[in-house]
Design a binder for this molecule. Structure first.
Ligand code: AMP
Ligand code: ZN
Length: 468
């Protein structure tokens, strides 16, 4: 079946055809690094991770670019409140972002361009907009995009021209659709900006938020590319303004497929920093939840449906993952038994992987994909109960699980995940005894662990506690 996505531009499901066969240029709006990203933000990055991994499962070579917004209204405001230079202030949140990305097993983008390192490209782009006759400098020194001069403005949100307040200027990066107006490309320096400023042909100042993404996407993916993603809150004004800037400057279509994820909500309200109703991944790690459990919750609801976030959902994720772990463990044990049931295992495994992939190809239908996975678990467990899957036949199931895991990436528990604190304490005591060369004590603790149903494996990365 062909890969297809719901394209926000045109609002319908469309078959995916890349510009260049076998390759995909993917741009995803990244974090504004003024604080730790919360799991609402990570819902967006998780959807994009599932999208990218699905494209890769389908054989595409993906070039993934995610920007880091390290200069905008919010980073300037909060760095000043913290009395830190902008780059020192944003550095800590960039570092934290990458730690969280890794902990949630999100594949890193190929490039993470930072806005402050691409000011030259932004200035060049604004010059092109002057050449195209759609930019002007206002009395306050700031440069604006004139929506009256660009008849194609409003394609993404289907904005009527008579709704537009042409000539009215808006200098904030974020504004409501009701306030559609000329938006800032370059913001003249004002006292509130402190020492954050760059020189430009229009005087000292800084770029608007929207021009950052237009300039950096063109720099790494060219003026026209395949897929651009973000949360639905980014559709207006951010993406609408990106389209206007890029198409007016480059004279070609900007993006072929726009994909937007719905919000993650808590008790019916969008999770956001301003409402204060947020959890960061690190808040959840501190409560004992693991990266793969958070991952499971974030991708478990279709990306275009609102995701209701709760700790109960994380507990349910733990139970689902334990079921998968137990199945995998049973398969590992069955693999060493004499061969049985090869044909039926191969057939079930092939059906599961085909259904899994077909689900994802259908606009990332994760429910269909997970249903295929759990059919495999149910069928597999039944065959294992009957003793009809053993030896190499078990390997066919393992392989099917691993194919699904190329996208899901949840099969391997993190070291120490799910190990009760008292068992971990015993394992640590055993390690200390070994270091002190008290082998009798180390062996005694090993026996104690075994009696409780646990074992310690010594790996090159150190001891690992496992269920017996
Ligand atoms: P920001 O750092 O605010 O620019 O947001 C980064 C990404 O997270 C953007 O794609 C937003 O649309 C997305 N986002 C922010 N809050 C939520 C939420 N509660 N649910 C889903 N996506 C969100
Ligand atoms: Zn963006």
């Amino acid at each position: 079946m062909a890969l297809r996505f719901y394209n926000s531009l045109g609002r319908k499901v469309q078959e995916f055809t890349p510009i260049e066969a076998g390759k995909v240029g993917l741009y995803t709006c990244g974090p504004t690094v003024y604080n730790f990203a919360h799991v609402g933000n990570f819902r967006a990055y998780m959807f994009e991770d599932i999208l990218r991994r699905t494209l890769e499962l389908c054989g595409y070579q993906v070039n993934h670019v995610m920007n880091l917004t390290d200069v905008d209204d919010k980073t300037i405001r909060d760095s000043q409140a913290a009395q830190l230079p902008l780059d020192t202030f944003t550095r800590q949140y960039k570092d934290a972002f990458f730690e969280d990305v890794d902990a949630l097993r999100i594949r890193r983008a190929h490039v993470y361009p930072a806005a402050t390192e691409h000011i030259g490209e932004m200035i060049k782009l604004i010059r092109k907009l002057f050449d195209a006759g759609v930019a002007y400098q206002a009395e306050d020194g700031s440069v604006y995009f004139s929506i009256a001069k660009w008849p194609a403005y409003g394609q993404l949100m289907k904005i009527d021209r008579d709704q537009m307040r042409a000539g009215v200027r808006i200098s904030h990066d974020e504004y409501a659709k009701e306030s559609v107006a000329d938006f800032a490309l370059w913001k003249a320096w004002s006292e509130g900006d402190g020492d954050v400023a760059w020189n430009s042909p229009w005087g000292k100042g800084r770029p608007g938020w929207h021009i950052e993404c237009s300039a950096m996407s063109a720099r790494y993916l060219g003026p026209q590319f395949d897929i651009h993603c973000g949360g639905i809150d980014n559709m207006f004004p951010h993406h609408e303004d990106e389209i206007a800037q890029s198409e007016a400057a480059n004279g070609c279509r900007f993006v072929n497929y726009w994909l937007h994820n719905a919000h993650l909500v808590v008790n019916g309200e969008k999770m956001s920093k301003s409402l204060g109703n947020f959890y960061t991944p690190r808040d959840l790690f501190a409560k004992g939840y693991s990266g793969r459990e958070i991952r499971w919750v974030l991708f478990g609801t279709h990306y275009r449906q609102t995701l209701d976030f709760s700790l109960a959902a994380l507990d349910a994720a733990r139970a689902s993952l334990q079921r998968l772990d137990a199945f995998r463990q049973r398969l590992a044990e069955a693999a060493s038994a004499p061969e049985a049931g090869t044909a039926i295992a191969a057939e079930r495994a092939a059906k599961a992987t085909a259904d899994f992939q077909a689900g994802l190809e259908d606009d990332l239908n994760i429910s269909a994909a997970l249903a295929a996975l759990f059919d495999l678990v149910r069928d597999g467990n039944r065959l294992l109960d009957e003793g009809t899957v053993a030896g190499p036949a078990a390997a066919a199931f393992v392989q099917a699980l691993e194919t699904c895991d190329q996208v899901l990436d949840v099969l391997t528990p993190a070291p120490g995940e799910g190990v009760p604190a008292e068992i971990q304490a015993l394992a640590d005591a055993r390690q200390a005894a070994r270091k002190a060369k008290d082998f009798a004590q180390a062996d005694a603790i090993r026996d104690q662990l075994a009696a409780a149903g646990w074992t310690v494996e010594d790996t090159p990365k150190g001891p690992r506690v496992k269920r017996l």
